[in-house]
Design a protein around this ligand. Structure first.
Ligand SMILES: [Zn+2]
Length: 481
């Protein structure tokens, strides 16, 4: 692409993630917005006059955990602020957020960059409350406001403008989501809005230090949508500059169907939020002891687990990446190993045949009908030569649908490999007798004929003949005559 010679993109991300605290951030209402509209509400989250918010301790702990996982410093002392604006989804006309003193700051997330590993700086992660949800009923001439979401714990994570391409933005979002899921602080469901990503995008002549004017792309429903929107926006901005135009600072939306970004709001209509300190909440004090106890409770994070899988199990980086993509997958794999399976065959079965069955059935590995112990048992049957790898695939399928143990299935269906020399000798003799042509060919030096005869024996044993033994006996018998 020609423009890459002249311009580079400068991208920063803002991600809002709903933390799965049981109750809301400033009141005791259940944080469950799947409930019927306006059932998880109280005077605090409805924004009634005169009520007082109380900060949820679990929300602070989850936020600090995210901050630590993103290598942030944690503020010993921070505070909440009011962000003022008027909108139907915000009954008290301000959102309680954090302005100049965020809870977490100055961190980074390592990602795979365009030119190798790189760190994306995390400027800040601050705690705030979610707004209510406006519901517009199509076809009916009315709108409603559902306050179940009002006051749900929200963490906003802002990066430095360190991202240089749409692919890097995608890698950052994927890496961030992985960390959040390993921490089990959010379901990160983009379709339901528990994770929302916005990108600030500008371009500048390559080699330039100054930033170009940025646009903000909002309301994109998927990571791949964000990636496409950024790609589009980079090209659009470069085209404007090429034609001698100017980039206007504005907010743009993404039309996934048309594959274009569209103007939503210009800078002239941007809000002045008149931030000021929230007078109804005391400062948040996280002392060293509290920070340390949260740090001690952190699980092994995705990058560390991947490195350990490579190191301890001798897996290739790609395989280790697949097996640690989700915590559930990594846990399943390690449970198979704990049940006695060797690392490499276990990796191949989990990533290959088992993953295919799960994908087909749209089943998450956390709900896998095959227990790790059963999978380990099946791998052991193959390792011991009791069944062939090919039969193993059949058994796996049956285990998946029946939930039965592999030993049980092998016995039930008579699938044990025939490793009894006497039994195989009889079958070999019969195949030799029935195929004089290929036998003669083999004896005249046509080695290909051997493959045909092996095939006939495997057919006669329904694939159960021990291949090594079948070969040995056949070659021996053929050389006799
Ligand atoms: Zn409430």
């Amino acid at each position: 692409m020609e423009y890459e010679m002249e311009y580079e993109a400068v991208i920063g991300m803002e991600v809002h993630v709903e933390l799965n605290t049981k109750t809301k951030v400033f009141c005791g209402c259940r944080a469950d917005f799947h409930a019927p509209p306006n059932t998880n509400v109280c005077p605090v989250c409805l924004g009634m006059p005169g009520v007082l918010p109380i900060l949820n301790k679990a929300a602070v702990e989850a936020s600090v955990a995210v901050g630590l996982a993103l290598n942030c410093a944690i503020s010993r002392w921070s505070k909440m602020d009011r962000k003022n604006y008027f909108y139907p989804d915000l009954a008290k006309n301000y959102q309680i957020s954090q302005y100049d003193l965020p809870l977490c700051y100055d961190g980074f997330l390592p990602i795979d960059g365009e030119e190798g590993p790189k760190r994306i700086g995390v400027t800040r992660a601050h705690l705030e409350e979610d707004t209510a949800r406006n519901v517009h009923t199509i076809g009916k001439n009315e709108s409603g406001v559902d306050f179940n979401r009002s006051g749900v714990t929200l963490l906003e994570i802002v990066t430095e403008p360190d991202i240089r391409s749409a692919q890097e933005a995608f890698n950052y979002l994927t890496g961030l989501k992985q960390v959040l899921q390993y921490l089990e602080v959010s379901d990160c469901n983009m379709e339901e809005g528990s994770l929302r990503a916005e990108a600030n995008i500008s371009v500048r002549p390559k080699g330039s230090e100054a930033f170009g004017t940025k646009t903000e792309v909002k309301n994109v429903a998927s990571f791949s949508g964000v990636q496409k929107a950024i790609e589009y926006e980079i090209e659009r901005q470069i085209a404007v500059l090429r034609e001698g135009g100017r980039i206007e600072q504005e907010t743009r939306g993404w039309d996934d169907r048309k594959g274009v970004t569209l103007l939503q709001r210009t800078k002239e209509s941007a809000h002045d939020y008149r931030y000021f300190p929230e007078p109804d909440l005391p400062p948040i004090v996280v002392d060293e002891a509290w920070e340390d106890s949260i740090r001690a409770s952190l699980p092994e994070l995705p990058r560390d687990r991947k490195a350990r899988f490579e190191e301890s199990y001798g897996l290739k980086p790609y395989d280790a990446g697949v097996l640690t993509a989700t915590k559930a997958m990594a846990n399943y794999y390690e449970a198979v190993l704990a049940a006695g399976a060797p690392a490499k065959p276990a990796a191949n079965w989990v990533m290959g045949d088992l993953q295919a069955l799960l994908t087909d059935g749209r089943i998450d590995i956390a709900d896998c009908p095959i227990t790790p112990e059963h999978l380990a048992e099946m791998i052991q049957l193959i390792e011991d030569g009791a069944i062939s790898g090919k039969i193993g695939k059949e058994v796996l399928q049956d285990m998946f649908t029946s939930g039965k143990s592999p030993k049980e299935l092998v016995k039930e269906k008579g699938l044990e490999q025939i490793s009894d020399a006497g039994e195989l000798e009889g079958i070999v003799a019969q195949v030799i007798a029935e195929n004089p042509g290929p036998v003669a060919d083999y004896k005249q030096g046509k080695k290909k004929a051997l493959g045909f005869l092996v095939g006939q024996i495997m057919k006669a044993t329904q694939g159960r003949g021990n291949p090594k033994l079948v070969n040995e006996i056949l070659v021996r018998e053929l050389s006799k005559e």
